[in-house]
Design a protein around this ligand. Structure first.
Ligand code: MRU
Length: 357
């Protein structure tokens, strides 16, 4: 325990990429379960391997799950696998992040609309289009988020608290919440990034710290339960998080531990901002209670926290923050504030993701 890893030895490779070696097309993933110790790539030659990688969180985070879903359909099509069977497997690999089913659905639609001899190429083109769209959304969110921060925290020099991981590892671009932080850092306005370790799988400690260190950000890691004392000390100017699914009323599912931060932020009069592309908004889910929250194995908790044999653990992967606790939702189409069903629908236009039937 207590090992730290020299950042200079690592040079981050993309979260996922499509390759076409002579043996046939593959989807190559950066195995996020191995970070920050080592950058190991996972080569998926079939949909089953990709589904296993999604379930194991080798590839994770809402926007990139959408890309994995779309490329997964392209892989199935190129390898002659039953595309509708692949769609069912992929779309249900994890239940909460709506982008996964959205990416699958887009690639399947492209596949079905093309002539049979063009169908595999059409699915791949759609996956690439979604990839480019996600990168552009990252850039736009960083822009809108930067302007919002300047309004919310006059004087600059932001001290931002974040939870889980929302950078390039989850995106076709620089990410969602961490993309905004990255932009602030680039212009010299980031005083401190507070990084929640994010139990039990430690996406904050392992992944956000890894990305922050690589970018040369001033960052400090804390155990999740230390957040309250940071607020009491007046050390947080804003909380920035991502989202896995935003319901039509603005209720936001994100990594477990996000909701307590929203309550703390409200009590301490600190802005609580969600940064997510409109592909994470699901107008087909009316409210927070309707969001399916993934329950993961209790062993993820007991493996981390030595406990008596047979101890049962409660391990929801996400929690839901109600809209009244959210200061603003930053999307690539603009900022929603105050967060209402009407303002959210307006900013989404026609790009809202819907789950597969
Ligand atoms: O279980 P994960 O690691 O896939 O969960 C991801 C998150 O909850 C992230 O916090 C994130 O905000 C959503 S992706 C930008």
């Amino acid at each position: 325990m207590g090992d730290q890893f020299a950042q200079s030895e690592l040079g981050m490779v993309p979260a996922l990429r499509w390759e076409e070696p002579p043996e046939g097309p593959v989807l190559v993933l950066l195995d996020q379960t191995r970070l920050p110790q080592e950058e190991v790539e996972l080569v998926c030659t079939d949909v089953q391997a990709l589904v296993a990688a999604i379930r194991a969180l080798a590839v994770r985070g809402a926007p990139v799950l959408g890309l994995a879903g779309a490329y997964g359909i392209a892989l199935a099509a190129a390898r002659g696998y039953d595309v509708l069977e692949a769609a069912d497997l992929l779309a249900h690999a994890r239940p909460t992040a709506v982008n996964l089913a959205y990416g699958v659905r887009r690639a399947v639609a492209a596949y079905e609309q093309a002539s049979p001899d063009q169908a595999a190429a059409a699915a791949l083109a759609e996956a690439r289009a979604l990839h480019a769209q996600d990168a552009a959304a990252s850039t736009a969110m960083a822009e809108y988020g930067g302007r919002l921060l300047a309004e919310l925290v006059p004087g600059g020099g932001y001290r931002i608290l974040t939870h889980c991981n929302t950078g390039a590892l989850v995106s076709g671009g620089e990410g969602t919440a961490l993309g905004v932080v990255m932009a602030a850092h680039r212009v010299g306005e980031l005083r401190r990034l507070w990084v929640d370790e994010t139990r039990p799988l430690l996406q904050g400690a392992r992944l956000t710290a890894y990305e922050a260190a690589r970018a040369g950000m001033p960052y400090t890691l804390l155990v999740d339960s230390a957040a309250g004392s940071l607020f009491t000390a007046g050390e947080v100017d804003a909380v920035l998080i991502g989202a896995d699914r935003i319901a039509a009323d603005g209720s936001t599912a994100n990594k477990v531990g996000s909701y307590p931060l929203a309550v703390l932020a409200r009590y301490h009069h600190v802005p609580f901002v969600v940064v997510a592309p409109t592909t994470t908004v699901d107008l087909g889910t009316p409210d927070g209670a309707s969001i399916e929250v993934e329950q993961r194995a209790g062993s993820e908790v007991t493996d981390l926290a030595p406990s008596p044999l047979g101890t049962q653990a409660y391990n929801p992967a996400f929690d839901v923050t109600p809209p009244e606790l959210i200061t603003a939702i930053v999307t690539e189409n603009g900022v929603v504030s105050p967060v209402t069903a009407e303002s959210l629908a307006a900013v989404c236009g026609q790009t809202t993701g819907q789950p597969l039937a």
